[in-house]
Design a binder for this molecule. Structure first.
Ligand SMILES: N[C@@H](CCC(=O)N[C@@H](CSC=O)C(=O)NCC(=O)O)C(=O)O
Length: 279
């Protein structure tokens, strides 16, 4: 397995690095970013928080805008940020920002032309952590978090794989994608018109039926311009109430959908995950 280092920047005593590697799952070259805290120096293994970004993002948005490195350095937590879709000139795309490259929705596509590359669910669940854990001083102890489309991805991955993640958190997640324009458009393209196939990627439907439980924290801004039409946190609250799920959903007056909101609360999210990661 070859992995190419693209950048290295010292940050709060640790290192932010970007890498390119060949993904067998996605059938293309991929880039990801990792923050290794100072505690990882000398080869000591540290637990990791995987971060899934939203529509239009790459591995860079979270690492450059959220300001998570200081708390990660204090806690001794690695941060891993994949890209949001397969990439490349031969990879199917769409002119719209909410479909195709930059908009993988963390599903395994079954429909042409998307099914040649778009398998972000398997990439985030299996291929990327195995790569990270074999190359870096990163333990197999994982939590997962994300924003918007990435919040949907993080919650779906944790709900479907409670043995793989110690905790999950999300900012402004697309909480009920089978019932919102972003989700309906992406799921119809990637999964086809049979809506029974969509349910496996809907956080609210999964939480309603969850048996095993991963502790979950969700933050939502009240001034988010996507709140009513796209995000639907009320569906998640109803699902959690129905299944008595350990979900803490907080609403914050005046905050919007941006990374200014994420930066305001990312420290609390890292401390939340630290409890479950044994830090
Ligand atoms: N271009 C679109 C919306 C794009 C947008 O707001 N992307 C968000 C995630 S939205 C859900 O997944 C984002 O994180 N953008 C990157 C950033 O650095 O802020 C539009 O303009 O409506």
């Amino acid at each position: 397995m070859t992995i190419e280092n693209l950048s290295s920047n010292k940050s709060f005593g640790g290192w932010h690095k970007q890498y390119r590697h060949r993904s067998e799952v996605l059938n293309c070259d991929m880039r990801f970013a990792i923050y290794l805290p100072p505690q990882a120096a000398g080869g000591q293994k540290v637990p990791a928080l995987y971060w899934l970004s939203g529509l239009t993002c790459t591995d860079e948005n979270f690492m450059q805008k959220a300001g998570a490195q200081q708390m990660a350095a204090q806690l001794g937590m690695a941060l891993v940020a994949p890209d949001t879709s397969p990439r490349g000139e031969t990879v199917a795309d769409d002119e719209a920002y909410d479909l195709g490259q930059g908009a993988g929705f963390y599903v395994n596509a079954t429909q042409a032309p998307w099914n040649r590359h778009y398998r972000m669910y398997d990439y985030v669940l299996d291929e990327l952590p195995h790569l990270v854990e074999s190359v870096f001083p990163v333990a197999t102890v994982r939590s997962i978090a994300g924003h918007s489309m990435g919040g949907h991805g993080a919650l779906v991955l944790a709900l479907r794989n409670p043995q793989r993640y110690r905790s999950v958190s999300a900012f402004s997640p697309i909480a009920n994608p089978v019932n919102c324009p972003w989700g309906k458009k992406a799921f119809a393209a990637y999964l086809g018109e049979d809506t029974a196939e969509w349910a496996q990627y809907d956080t609210s439907l999964l939480m309603r039926d969850a048996d095993d439980r991963v502790p979950a924290l969700v933050d939502q801004g009240e001034a988010d311009n996507f709140l009513v039409e796209q995000l639907k946190p009320e569906a998640l609250e109803a699902a959690a109430a129905a299944s008595d799920y350990p979900l803490q959903l907080r609403r914050h007056e005046g905050y919007d959908h941006s990374y200014y909101f994420i930066a305001s609360f990312i420290g609390e999210h890292l401390r939340f995950h630290a409890k479950y990661l044994g830090l």
